[in-house]
Design a binder for this molecule. Structure first.
Ligand code: SAM
Ligand code: DTB
Ligand code: SF4
Length: 337
């Protein structure tokens, strides 16, 4: 995999005629993944609201006036009950999110019990808890954590306009700690925060030049939440052109061929045709269920209908995969074709 992408090369990809860009992305997608198979992940907010960070997009920041109240960390049993529901609904990965700047050491015991319990159900485990020390990352790994989500969100230049309570470099440090602990990395960001094309180039460049590409790359479309800084600016509508969003997905696919590219927040406001374009351009993972962390998601019925319409199927890890999910499902797809 190439880690030496230049900004100029990434800008050239963005500049391609749209159909040419999507065609190239689809080619790369087919070479590395089974193109009709989509990974299903489910989110749960295990600790909602009252976050000391000032991320301008986030309903859970204590600096926002979104009406989300601060809650305590959920009980382990309640989290496991929710994971069991997600598994019964066909989800493959259970992603637990906490509105923390970073976990306190006294939280680690409960959080690790959540990981171990979810893992024991046969689900893949993912957490997003804010910044981690090396020691905390090692504890999560020992508990059975498969993935850690920690987004860079936007370009290094734009970062300080969106968040002032931590730096882009802080983000990279946690990503390093997660990698050192041999936990898979889930890292992406948000499109539609008023960033320029150059910012989107810088965002993809930062991801595609990490020492190793993230195994998962969530591409969120900003969900404008009233009472947040960005929600107040972009009240009530998605502030990214559909075609530019699909271009971003396509460039992520081309530059990070093996990564799972997740069509994440904002899907609820996307048409079926727009989502189909994203799948064609290389997106191969979604969040299922009717809720993300605090905002609404497309919901299982809508997704089942969309999958049926498009002929998509969930990745069935038990059947399609053993050691390397992607390679074996590619092999299955090729022999079926
Ligand atoms: N506190 C942790 C952290 O910041 O890493 C984890 C939770 S945070 C909600 C996870 C990610 O969700 C953010 O990095 C951001 O990319 C995404 N996100 C949050 N609010 C969003 C919104 N309104 N629209 C789109 N994406 C959002
Ligand atoms: C990610 O990139 N998107 C997810 C997950 N990682 C944790 C979160 C989306 C949150 C959307 C806003 C909300 O529901 O509060
Ligand atoms: Fe806190 Fe994460 Fe929301 Fe930022 S994105 S305010 S760190 S919960």
């Amino acid at each position: 995999m190439r880690q030496d992408w230049t900004r100029a090369e990434i800008a050239q990809l963005f500049d391609l005629p749209f159909t040419e860009l999507v065609f190239r992305a689809a080619e790369v997608h087919r070479a590395h993944h089974a193109p009709t198979r989509i990974e299903l992940c489910t989110l749960l907010s295990i600790k909602t609201g009252g976050c000391p960070e000032d991320c301008g997009y986030c309903s859970q920041s204590a600096h926002a006036e979104s009406g989300i109240k601060a809650e305590k960390l959920m009980d382990v049993d309640a989290v496991l009950a929710s994971a069991a529901e997600a598994k019964a609904a066909g989800s493959q990965r259970f992603c637990m999110g906490a509105a923390w700047r970073s976990p306190k050491d006294r939280n680690m015991d409960n959080v690790c019990r959540m990981v171990a319990g979810v893992k024991a159900m046969g689900l893949e485990t993912c957490m997003t808890l804010g910044m981690l020390t090396g020691e905390q990352a090692r504890q999560l790994k020992a508990a059975g954590l498969d993935y850690y989500n920690h987004n860079i969100d936007t370009s290094p230049e734009k970062y300080g306009e969106i968040i002032s309570t931590r730096t882009f470099k802080d983000r990279l440090e946690t990503l390093h700690n997660v990698r050192q602990a041999e936990i898979n990395v889930c890292c992406g960001g948000i499109i539609g925060m008023g960033e320029t094309r150059e910012d989107r180039v810088g965002f993809i460049h930062a991801l595609a030049t990490l020492p190793r590409h993230p195994e998962s790359v969530p591409v969120n479309a900003l969900v404008p939440v009233k009472g947040t800084v960005l929600g107040n600016i972009f009240a009530g509508e998605r502030m990214i052109d559909d075609i530019e969003f699909v271009r971003t997905v396509a460039v992520a696919r081309i530059t990070m061929p093996k990564s799972m590219v997740r069509l994440s927040a904002g899907r609820e406001s996307m048409s079926e045709a727009m989502q189909a374009f994203c799948f064609l351009a290389g997106a191969n993972s979604i969040f299922t269920g009717d809720k993300l962390l605090t905002t609404v998601n497309a919901g299982e019925n809508a997704d089942a209908a969309l999958f049926a319409k498009l002929g998509l199927e969930p990745i069935n890890r038990g059947v399609d995969v053993s050691d390397d999910p992607r390679q074996i499902s590619v092999a299955l797809f090729s022999s079926a074709a």
